[in-house]
Design a protein around this ligand. Structure first.
Ligand SMILES: [Zn+2]
Ligand SMILES: [Zn+2]
Length: 179
């Protein structure tokens, strides 16, 4: 077992201890499987990893353990939008947020200090002690935007960017019409 996994297990054990919980074999196996994963993954893939390791009945345990793992800083929900929510192992990594392409589902990680400062200000203003946050910016990546631009040009609907916006608005009735 590598040092990072050992450190994660030690941290999780201390965290559980404070809650009068134990680091059971099943909980330890989930941490090990999470630390072996890279990138963003649906929780079903983590459950499949545990099955491969011969851990049975892990599905319910994984779902019960997720909030503890998140609170302990081992893993976090990464992408909430779309059909399948994904998670990522955050232990030992810098905090970051995500840009998600709504067309090709590409995920870009970014760190933007101003976000971090502003959200602390917001929490303070409302008397909150900040524990976690989730910034997910959803849009169209440059490649998909270029592809859509090229397609619009070929279809003869005109490469002018405003033609897309005008088309979308006309589906909902008169652009700018009042209710
Ligand atoms: Zn894309
Ligand atoms: Zn990420």
């Amino acid at each position: 077992m590598d040092e990072r996994t050992q450190a994660a297990l030690a941290r999780f054990e201390r965290f559980l201890h404070r809650k009068d919980l134990r680091l059971t074999d099943a909980r330890a196996a989930i941490v090990e499987a999470a630390l072996a994963r890279q990138g963003h993954y649906p929780i079903e893939e983590l459950i499949a990893d545990l099955k491969k390791r011969g851990i049975r009945g892990s599905k319910a345990t994984v779902y019960r353990t997720l909030p503890l793992l998140a609170e302990a800083g081992i893993l976090e929900p990464a992408i909430l939008a779309g059909e399948t929510r994904s998670y990522e192992t955050t232990f030992g990594r810098n905090h970051h947020d995500h840009l998600l392409c709504s067309r090709c589902a590409r995920v870009i990680e970014f760190e933007f200090e101003a976000f971090e400062i502003l959200q602390r200000d917001v929490a303070t203003k409302y008397g909150f002690r900040l524990e976690a946050h989730h910034h997910e910016l959803i849009g169209v990546c440059p490649e998909c935007a270029a592809r859509e631009g090229a397609k619009a040009g070929r279809n003869g609907s005109g490469p002018h960017p405003t033609s897309l916006a005008a088309g979308a608005a006309s589906d909902e009735g008169e652009p700018g019409g009042s209710a």
